[in-house]
Design a protein around this ligand. Structure first.
Ligand SMILES: Nc1ncnc2c1ncn2[C@@H]1O[C@H](COP(=O)(O)OP(=O)(O)O)[C@@H](O)[C@H]1O
Ligand SMILES: [Mg+2]
Length: 331
């Protein structure tokens, strides 16, 4: 579907509404259409997400998970876009547009913000993940399930071995992992009331999971850390000397927010499991076979990482590049 076809599709779906403006963003896994709708005095902005390489059951599941979080998360500061409809056969999911800036853009310094803002966003991200895990909790005795059809060898291996290590962990709940819990899927906004007084930050989670894994929460905790380290491998931080924030302190803030909300203190066993999951993600970043179908962008990214981030990709020890245990335990 191109832009005009999407417009026609939406105008048929919402009789009486006209699409006044539209913008397209091409992403790796999807095409995002942002549409301004108008009917009389009513104005609305919606997002139509059309997935690439989708399977209808995956699109259905993403919509179901988005809806479950939107209606289940009762928090002033944390939410998600409001789900509108899903047309899984055509890979289409619609939701309302949320105002704000992608957290990754702030970390890349494309949209610089103060360190205090970043720290607050990291803390709120940890709380948001804890709320997600509470809503998506599974039975404690549920076996870890892995999608054997997915080309996720490194992650699958991690999931299989995580069971053996669960005894040494304080974080024992089983959850459906968010899976892609990175700053690219977090939008934040500083809410200001009409008189300009700040009401504080709002955070929206987007891009909900499409796979029904069962795992301990360590997978998502590691994914966030991996995302922070990944940002540091790209040009703004690598070549332009833009290094105002630091991975360890931001991750500490994130873990603190998470642990407080979950009422749990992480043990060395927990930290070890997070570190192992992170290594699985780093190995996954090198796996071209998994990304091969999705065009030139992942290939270019991988070639770039292999050239400039060899040491990071090759780190062998689970705790290399990891905050000291003392600091992590304090979280
Ligand atoms: N509801 C929304 N409101 C505002 N921006 C959005 C919304 N949904 C997606 N976006 C923008 O589109 C980008 C890609 O969306 P996402 O759901 O993460 O797709 P993908 O699965 O391809 O990663 C996001 O990074 C965000 O900038
Ligand atoms: Mg995304």
């Amino acid at each position: 579907m191109n832009r005009d076809e999407v417009q026609k599709y939406i105008e048929e779906r919402y009789p009486g509404f006209k699409v006044l403006g539209k913008k397209t963003i091409l992403c790796r896994n999807s095409r995002i259409f942002m549409l301004d709708l108008c009917k009389g005095q009513t104005r609305d902005k919606i997002v139509v997400k059309i997935s690439r390489n989708y399977q209808p059951r995956e699109v259905d599941l993403e919509f179901a998970n988005l809806s479950r979080f939107y209606y289940g998360c009762k928090d002033e500061a944390i939410s998600s876009p409001r789900p509108l409809f899903v047309d899984a056969e055509n890979g289409i999911l619609a939701m309302n547009y949320v105002e704000g800036v992608n957290l990754a853009h702030m970390l890349h310094e494309i949209r610089p913000v103060s360190l205090q803002y970043l720290s607050c966003a990291a803390n709120l991200s940890g709380i948001a993940l804890a709320k997600f895990h509470r809503l998506f909790r599974r039975g404690d005795d549920e076996p870890v399930t892995i999608d054997t059809n997915a080309k996720e060898d490194d992650i699958n291996r991690f999931l299989a071995e995580s069971l053996e290590r669960r005894d040494q962990c304080n974080l024992k709940t089983m959850v459906t992992p968010f899976f892609d819990f990175t700053s690219w899927n977090i939008i934040t906004k500083n809410d200001c009331s009409k008189n300009g007084r700040s009401k504080g930050m709002r955070l929206y989670l987007i891009d909900f999971p499409r796979l029904d894994y069962v795992c301990t929460p360590h997978l998502d905790l590691a994914r966030f850390r991996f995302g922070l380290e990944l940002v540091k491998q790209f040009p703004p931080a690598r070549f332009f000397g833009l290094n105002r924030w630091d991975v360890d302190s931001l991750y500490d803030r994130f873990l603190k927010g998470y642990c407080r909300e979950m009422h749990v203190a992480l043990s060395p066993g927990d930290m070890g499991l997070i570190a192992r999951a992170k290594l699985a993600y780093i190995r996954r970043a090198q796996d071209l076979a998994r990304k091969g179908r999705c065009g030139w962008q992942p290939k270019l990214e991988q070639a770039y990482l292999q050239t400039f981030s060899r040491a990071w990709l090759d780190q062998g020890d689970v705790f290399s590049g990891w905050p000291g245990m003392g600091r992590a335990e304090k979280a």
